[in-house]
Design a protein around this ligand. Sequence first.
Ligand code: NI
Ligand code: MN
Length: 224
Amino acid sequence: MRLTYLGHSAVHVETGDYSLLIDPFISGNPLASVDVDELTPDYILITHAHGDHVGDAVRIAKRSGATVVGMVEICRALKPQGVGTHGMNIGGFFGFPFGRVKLTPAWHSSSFDDGRYGGMPTGIVLEAEGKRVYHAGDTGLFGDMQLIGSLGLDLAFLPIGGNYTMGPEEALEAAKLLRAERVVPIHYDTFDLICQDPQAFARSVTAAGAGECLPLQPGGTVEL
Ligand code: NI
Ligand code: MN
């Protein structure tokens, strides 16, 4: 499995013959490392309805034919815009052709930019090729991350920007609870309010023995 950080919370996952995007905020993202019209995913996974996470999902899905996966309320809102959807809710796994997905809790909010309710905000656990990846979405710190970690995680994407989500201190505690082998910080430096030092965060994770922290530049890749 190859995972490429695209900036903000956007991640491109290549697994087997499948291409997946998580939270494809590309055209409005000053840090985006790719051209939105070059992405041809088979599936688009969305953590919550905020504009910096739904992003270009409809534009990309209409062109590539990707199926949008996320909370039922998000799917209900996007389906009339002409995209295929697979609605889920917080709970158990569903098996897709590329692997399994489950939605986890996240402490945040979730409405579309026009105010429509987007259901509960979520994190995502993705299993494929015998690997397990957690993308926390936007969230504050919560103790049940320990339960998510008990699945055994190869990689965790954790927001460190503060203000809207966990900052570096909370994300360090999250890394300790999750016990993932690798940690990649996300959701920082995109806007003035969420500027952080990912190298300092990485040093704190290493010092705590909370996994190998990889502060990826947009376009940077991890192979699992
Ligand atoms: Ni958000
Ligand atoms: Mn966000």
